[in-house]
Design a protein around this ligand. Structure first.
Ligand code: GLN
Length: 432
């Protein structure tokens, strides 16, 4: 079933403990999350034969909670993409329409859930990679607050932006999986215990928050995240928001002027971090090694020429450029300034509203092959998701309806460690 969609790169099982909150659940794991003894390719030729010696903290927590890992899912190479077409293992198809992409970069994870091949799937979200495929495939995806979930065992793309998050067919199941993977980890110094964070709700029993109760909730609707979106997407999302109003929520128009710069800032920061993170794939420490009788520089170059795909190379080159001595202030520093501005805009907005609602993706799922030759167009599709990563906030994408059978996702963003608020609001969208 999931085979016809190419959702999995490797179908191997890790049995879970006999009981626990996720007993009998089948979990699919994105192939950039380490699984002991099972190859973890990151969708790259470079790591096609890499078998990790240990499992990521999130994988251990899931199996200890009773879940069984059923396989490793297809993804854009190293998480770099919005369609799952940059994978070295071929594209994944969208179960809602096999001629269209499932979104990315966690497209295999969302497709596995949408096709019924998994109850829960893990993705990683650096700039939207859990929410985008959830939206395109018509399922639920949660991107946690930065620091809520351990990144130990996640192969890094851009450390300061990314979090592992759950994908499931409904909000409650995704929330239950989040509770299992959330919480501090001594192996990841950036994790935080929400109960030790000032003003944060320390209780991480998220499934109970999926009660559909939005009575009294204030929803901010930022004009900037609707401008330029496909009309049919806007209509579908507006109807879902209007429905929340009939359930007792109030809406108020807000403005986030900085988000106009979010995609640019995101790509400079993400590529810069990627250029540094991917330096380790040199054929000596990690990865495919080219047969070369040349010197180390030649061997390094040949290894990376053969091991990386075009999109990864583009990003390593641009990231290296943005970090170089002469251009650092012009690009990297400017991007960090924009990031601070985005963070501040959201903080100010959350003084007046409980959640912020928008389309998850401003477009409907692309047809296969449609966006591959046009990287800029692909990057711009991340307009609504990347601001959330820049600001390290939690967000959910929940199905809002469809346009001629193509799913449309509604994004709900909350304040730091406000997971329960976005889960509650998302569960109300499901009820309508
Ligand atoms: N599409 C974005 C990118 O290509 C987001 C990817 C992600 O979240 N891993 O960088």
């Amino acid at each position: 079933m999931a085979v016809e969609y190419n959702a999995f790169i490797t179908e191997e099982t890790i049995e879970g403990d006999a009981d626990g909150p996720l007993a009998d659940a089948r979990v699919a794991v994105k192939d950039n999350i380490s699984t002991a003894g099972i190859r973890t390719t990151c969708g790259s030729e470079m790591l096609a034969d890499y078998v990790p010696p240990y499992s990521a903290t999130v994988v251990d927590r899931l199996t200890e909670a009773g879940a069984t890992v059923v396989g490793k899912t297809n993804m854009d190479e190293f998480g770099m993409g919005t369609t799952t077409e940059t994978s070295a293992f071929g594209p994944t198809r969208n179960p809602a329409d096999p001629e269209r992409v499932p979104g990315g970069s966690s497209g295999g994870s969302a497709a596995a859930v949408a096709a019924g091949a998994a109850d829960v799937a893990l993705g990683s979200d650096t700039g939207g990679s859990v929410r985008c495929p959830a939206a395109f495939c018509g399922v639920v995806g949660i991107k946690p607050t930065y620091g809520l979930v351990s990144r130990y065992g996640l192969v890094a793309y851009a450390n300061s932006l990314e979090q592992i998050g759950p994908i499931a067919a409904d909000v409650e199941t995704a929330a239950k999986a989040l509770s299992v993977i959330a919480g501090p980890d001594p192996n990841d110094g950036t994790t935080r215990d929400p109960s030790a964070v000032d003003g944060a709700d320390g209780d991480t029993a998220y499934a109970a928050a999926a009660d559909g109760d939005v009575d009294g909730l204030t929803i901010g609707v930022p004009t900037e995240l609707f401008d330029g979106a496909d009309d049919r997407v806007v209509e579908t999302v507006e109807a879902a928001i209007a429905d929340l109003e009939t359930q007792g929520a109030t809406t108020t128009e807000i403005s986030l002027p900085s988000v106009e710069h979010a995609v640019q800032a995101y790509y400079v920061i993400a590529m810069s971090e990627a250029s540094s993170n991917l330096a380790r794939f040199d054929g000596v420490r990690y990865g495919h090694r080219a047969e070369s009788d040349g010197n180390w520089n030649e061997s390094f170059a040949e290894t990376r020429e053969a091991g990386f795909g075009a999109e990864v190379k583009r990003r390593i080159l641009l990231g290296t450029y943005a970090l170089s001595a002469g251009y650092h202030d012009k690009y990297y520093k400017k991007a960090q300034d924009a990031r601070a501005w985005v963070r501040q805009d959201f903080e100010e907005a959350f003084a007046d509203v409980d959640v912020i609602a928008s389309p998850t993706m401003p477009v409907l799922p692309f047809e296969l092959g449609e966006s591959l030759d046009d990287p800029l167009r692909m990057y711009l599709a991340d307009a609504n998701t990347t601001p959330v990563n820049l600001a390290n906030l939690p967000a959910v994408s929940v199905p809002a309806g469809d346009v001629d059978g193509l799913p449309v996702g509604l994004q709900l963003v909350g304040p730091k460690f406000g997971e329960k608020t976005v889960i509650r609001a998302a569960s109300a969208v499901e009820e309508s």
